[in-house]
Ligand binder design. Structure first.
Ligand SMILES: [Zn+2]
Length: 340
């Protein structure tokens, strides 16, 4: 058949999630329902890099959606070594990598250590932050790889028990929040209830008011410039795009902000290794949760390459990640309608 060839995209980028590398034998997840391939996750990353390097249109950048090394490294004193190993693999690739932070980053490193590490991919000019980042020690920023397109990296553990000193105000506030919903001695155990309330566990977190206000202002500016915005976060925010146990604590507040801006076209997350997808009924925004490398067998793959066009993004999945087309929603924000 002589199908029309795909037109040349404006640009492409790679996506990969939950590599969770550790130099240890295979194991299982908490409920012992999924095998985890700690060592071979490195080979799967290598497969992704080779594919991106050999592609006809080289990716502009890679989105690493968090949990790049496993928490087991910490107890073995192997955090730095494991991180060096995966970053060496990533640096063999053709392009820059934007790192998102997940719970396993905080099992291995403190927030201040992460900010000083190579996992801080905040864009800089002459060694100083170039201005697109949130304030204080929040790890959130935006960048524009192509005119008319903005990507926002969110910090889903800004409000969390992870990465904060127990003596800090932030830790105590996060503790009182989670205690409202979770009475378990082990706060990694979800509350004994149904649905979205199960998200109040220690392996999740949320976004501070400060970060939400920053996101709101970034999106307002993008609305004005009629840009297309893709938001990335370790934790999903749409209940239908994931097992609700993996949602950000204040997913509803993030969703409300996204719904009030016309510029957002896509939200990408990791954390739920089974992956998920849902197109928001209210807005047409695509919510993708990417399948995790760590629970992908050695003879399979879990990475994607996204080709971006004027009116859509096309995800070419590899291995257990399926192909998808994200047609950009043509919509107006509440502000455009003069509502609220
Ligand atoms: Zn995670």
């Amino acid at each position: 058949m002589d199908d029309c060839p795909e037109p040349t995209p404006l640009f492409t980028f790679g996506v990969i999630a939950d590599i969770q590398y550790a130099d240890i034998d295979d194991g299982y997840n908490y409920s012992r329902t999924r095998r985890r391939y700690y060592r071979s996750s490195l080979q799967l990353l290598r497969n992704a890099q080779e594919s991106w390097s050999e592609s006809a249109v080289k990716p502009e950048f890679i989105l690493q959606l968090g949990d790049i090394i496993d928490g087991f490294n910490k107890g073995r004193g192997a955090s730095d070594r494991a991180l060096d190993t995966v970053l060496r693999e990533l640096s063999c690739g053709p392009v820059e990598v934007h790192h998102v932070w997940g719970n396993h980053e905080f099992y291995n490193f403190s927030r201040s250590a992460l900010l000083r590490s190579k996992l801080n991919s905040t864009p800089t000019t002459d060694g100083s932050p170039s201005g697109g980042q949130a304030a204080g020690d929040i790890y959130a920023y935006h960048f524009s790889p192509f005119p008319g397109f903005t990507f926002v990296v969110l910090d889903a553990y800004d409000v969390s028990l992870l990465g904060r000193e127990e003596s800090s105000e932030e830790y105590q506030e996060a503790l009182s929040l989670i205690r409202q919903y979770n009475n378990n001695e082990d706060l990694n155990c979800p509350p004994d209830t149904e649905g979205v309330l199960r998200r109040f566990t220690m392996f999740n977190g949320g976004l501070s008011k400060e970060q939400l206000d920053w996101l709101d202002s970034v999106l307002s500016s993008a609305d004005e410039k009629q840009e297309k915005v893709t938001i990335v976060s370790h934790l999903p925010v749409h209940p239908y795009s994931t097992d609700p146990i993996c949602l950000a604590w204040n997913y509803d507040e993030v969703l409300a902000i996204i719904r009030s801006h016309s510029s957002v076209v896509c939200f990408m997350a990791g954390h739920d290794h089974d992956g998920g997808y849902h197109q928001d009924k209210n807005t047409g925004v695509h919510h993708l949760t990417l399948e995790g490398v760590i629970e992908t067998p050695p003879d399979d793959n879990a990475f994607g390459t996204v080709s971006v066009y004027e009116n859509r993004m096309v995800l070419k999945g590899n291995g257990r990640i399926r192909d998808r087309v994200f047609v950009f929603p043509g919509r107006h924000s509440d502000a455009d309608h003069g509502a609220k």
